[in-house]
Design a protein around this ligand. Structure first.
Ligand code: NA7
Length: 532
């Protein structure tokens, strides 16, 4: 059986950087991905309108300074296509493709207690042995279809945004979209003018803030380039990691006029993260402050949407406490006569028939149904794998709930590391990924040094202790009780998956505190890990 020092699974932002770091350590590495090329989440999510809603200057790697200063980004947000081109460029620039094998899906990984190696089996039947197994499977990867009876009976076209086809044509078609998260909002904006009819089947209306996108001027870029070190330093030491200022002013400490002025100015600048974090310090912690933000956006909806019935349907009544949505001109599309909303708070989908979607007593005839219904977030891609550690399987380990130590390791799974595994920070991904990959690489580097020093030919096993994992899981739970995310039913708690008992799936304490926690572990000799 062929063997490598490290097997990396996944060719997205996480896997590519992990491959680079492991090569830097001098290890032999293979990276596999079931897709036909690099991209990870961005390979699959190629629906119309797909783009990042993190600002372009921080939706990239920071570790290649020269590339950071020279690689172009024409607008303030990068499109899915531009992200793929960027990742391909990075892979080419660092000559990483030679270590990659595509169209290769991991089926199982089993730890052999005699050799202390992992055996990975691919769906092709091929197997490989590895000392380190690093899974970078993605947070938003395992697509979720709603449990609506009759989906299979629909005679028209049906698509999930997370597994989008290479070609499609919606011209002159009646299109229904189920789902109004970031994805549903982006796709509806993108296709509204192409279709004959667009119907949003909306279960939860959303607070959508414009993005303020536009071309990047030479002066803007120049300024970013001059300040890039400070920008990244600020990102790593912030809560959201989005390169937006984070306010220290509580909303109710200023007058109503000042609040209005602040909200309006941020609305004009655009970006949901800016609106949530640059406005006031307590939008996510104070119900009163949160309600002020909600009222402002509700007012914008009623001012924008001409038909009061549509405006009412689009108005959320819950907290502004889900992942913020940023998109240009969302509410405006509902001013078009051929764009409508079915409010699933007032009626419900009873079935999908050959002709379309039936809600209580109405059949909405459609040519296309788009499922923008999201993902089994955080652990979804792990639940389909068989991962057998020396004492138990990952399924058994997670029987009660999904856990991890620091989002990067599992007690009882030596030399296995996860990039953005469950309970990872809920922040802008590239800086989060860099923090984790640097940390994992530090662990591996220490293990490799020990192996060489001992010179016994034996594998050094790095493993999180159960106690460290339990404490970290508890810390994530406690942090999760301290902000308003807990008040909304969303994927942050896995509440979007019908059959699961909701519990926190992310570290919602901000990147700055997560990085402090990692540094503290490093400073204390990788506390919570054993090297045996
Ligand atoms: P999200 O944010 O999980 O949104 C999924 C949407 O699908 C959301 O509006 C759901 O309504 C809706 N949904 C799910 N199941 C149903 C059923 N059964 N009926 C009606 N509506 C349903 O996924 P996205 O793909 O938009 O975004 C995921 C992340 O990708 C995003 O946060 C960014 O980080 C990028 P609900 O709100 O649950 O009532």
């Amino acid at each position: 059986m062929p063997s490598v020092d490290a097997l990396v699974v996944g060719a997205g932002f996480g896997g590519i950087y992990q491959l680079y770091k492991l090569r830097e350590l001098g290890l032999t590495v293979k990276l596999i991905d079931k897709a036909t090329d690099v991209g990870g989440t961005w390979y699959w999510n190629r629906y119309p309108g797909a783009n990042s809603d993190s600002l372009s200057e921080v939706y990239r790697y920071s570790w290649d300074k020269e590339d950071l200063l020279t690689y172009p980004w024409p607008k303030h947000y990068v499109s899915q296509r531009e992200i793929l081109d960027y990742l391909k460029h990075v892979v080419k620039r660092h000559d990483l493709r030679q270590y990659m094998q595509f169209s290769t899906e991991l089926e199982s990984a089993s730890f052999n207690s005699v050799s202390s190696l992992w055996t990975a089996r691919f769906t092709s039947g091929e197997t490989i042995q590895t000392r380190y197994l690093i899974t970078a499977l993605g947070t938003y990867s395992k697509v979720m279809y709603p449990a609506i009876p009759g989906i299979e009976n629909f005679a028209g076209e049906k698509y999930h945004t997370g597994n989008w086809p290479a070609s499609y044509d919606f011209k002159e078609k009646r299109v229904g979209v189920i789902g109004s998260g970031s994805t549903g909002v982006q796709i509806m904006i993108a296709i509204a003018d192409q279709v004959k009819q667009l119907v949003s089947f909306q279960r939860s209306p959303q607070y959508v803030v414009p993005n303020g996108d536009g071309p990047v001027s030479a002066e803007f870029r120049d300024n970013v380039n001059k300040n890039y070190d400070d920008i990244w330093n600020g990102v790593r030491n912030s809560y959201a990691a989005h390169n937006v200022p984070e306010s220290t002013v509580p909303a109710m400490s200023v007058s109503a006029e000042e609040r209005e002025r602040v909200f309006e100015s941020l609305w004009q600048q655009g970006n949901g993260f800016r609106f949530m974090f640059s406005s006031f310090s307590d939008i996510l912690t104070s119900e009163e402050a949160n309600e002020e933000a909600c009222n402002f956006i509700r007012k914008k909806i009623s001012q924008t949407v001409e038909d009061p019935a549509k405006a009412r349907k689009l108005s959320p009544n819950g907290y502004y406490a889900r992942r913020p949505i940023t998109a240009p001109g969302y509410y405006e599309i509902f001013n078009k006569d051929h764009v409508d909303i079915v409010d699933l708070r007032e009626t419900s989908i009873t079935e999908i028939t050959e002709q379309g979607i039936r809600t209580n007593d109405t059949l909405h005839e459609l040519d296309v149904i788009i499922f923008a219904t999201g993902f089994e977030v955080a652990d979804g891609n792990y639940t389909t794998l068989t991962v057998n550690g020396p004492r138990q399987s990952l399924k058994e380990h997670w029987a009660e709930k999904t856990t991890s130590y620091l989002g990067v390791s599992e007690a009882g799974f030596p030399n296995m590391f996860l990039v953005v595994g469950p309970l990872s920070p809920f922040n802008n991904f590239p800086p989060t990924i860099e923090s984790q990959v640097d940390f994992i690489s530090g662990l591996i580097s220490k293990a490799e040094r020990k192996r060489k020093d001992e010179n016994s030919g034996k594998v050094v096993l790095v493993e999180a202790t159960q106690q460290a994992e339990d404490e970290y899981v508890e810390m994530c739970r406690v942090i999760g009780t301290k902000n308003l995310f807990r008040k909304e039913k969303s994927y942050i708690f896995g509440a979007n998956v019908a059959e699961r008992t909701p519990h926190i799936l992310f570290w919602v304490g901000g990147l700055v505190h997560y990085r402090k926690a990692l540094q503290d572990v490093v400073d204390n000799g990788y506390r919570g890990f054993t090297f045996s």
